[in-house]
Design a protein around this ligand. Sequence first.
Ligand SMILES: Nc1nc2c(ncn2[C@@H]2O[C@H](COP(=O)(O)OP(=O)(O)OP(=O)(O)O)[C@@H](O)[C@H]2O)c(=O)[nH]1
Ligand SMILES: [Mg+2]
Length: 251
Amino acid sequence: MCSTCGCSSTDSISYSGFNLESSSQHHHHHHGETEVIELEKNILSRNNEIADHNREHFRSLGTIAFNLVSSPGSGKTTLLEATLLSMGPQSSCYVIEGDQQTNRDAERIAKCQAPVVQINTGKACHLDASMIHRALHQMEMKPDGILFIENVGNLVCPALFDLGESKRVVIISVTEGDDKPIKYPEMFQSSDICLINKIDLLPYVPFSVDRFKEYARMVKPEMEFIELSALTGEGLGYWLDWIKTEEGVTV
Ligand SMILES: Nc1nc2c(ncn2[C@@H]2O[C@H](COP(=O)(O)OP(=O)(O)OP(=O)(O)O)[C@@H](O)[C@H]2O)c(=O)[nH]1
Ligand SMILES: [Mg+2]
């Protein structure tokens, strides 16, 4: 779990150039196993409290928040660019970008005219609820907007951290292999919908969409799928329709 890789022990988090001390997430590796498990429980339960607070904030504003999770490079930012350009500048979309380093993704999003905050997690391999909470303080969000949170590219740790999102969206690209759901089940189990991206590359890679769906349903029988290419725009309409439906449910 997370403490094993040391990802909760990061000392500083920078937001668009600011450095902030991370809250109460220090731990040492000299603890006995029970203590480590206890510490993990505390970190996660503290995270869940802040996530509930974020959720309440979203509810009071009428905001729908999507947490986009995937391996590095599956196409999260490309999908967000295509989504924002399709929805247009009047759509009240907001973006929080999570990466270990650089503002590259935020710069790409800013070109699509959407307000964006970049979080740099340093050594940490996931976003947590307190990072989102602090980022929200840097954003003026109008009521009834849509917030897209692009998590750090990682198919393991982000699964454990509730950010207070309305829906979690897992993205897999066809170049990653169709066995990922059974190898990284937590991520698929905890997600509400699965996007299969880069379908334009299907003729060139050994990826069976049917087998992938079968594996994903082994870990989450009710999983819904959308097949698309963020690059060519094929299937993008199904994703935009899904967002609209979710908006309808929340409002
Ligand atoms: N062929 C193809 N390439 C794609 C598609 N979507 C994204 N890409 C490419 O995949 C690469 C990674 O895309 P990004 O959007 O940066 O991926 P990401 O998930 O945001 O990456 P991280 O933020 O680093 O985790 C880029 O070279 C994109 O152009 C797609 O649908 N088809
Ligand atoms: Mg990205």
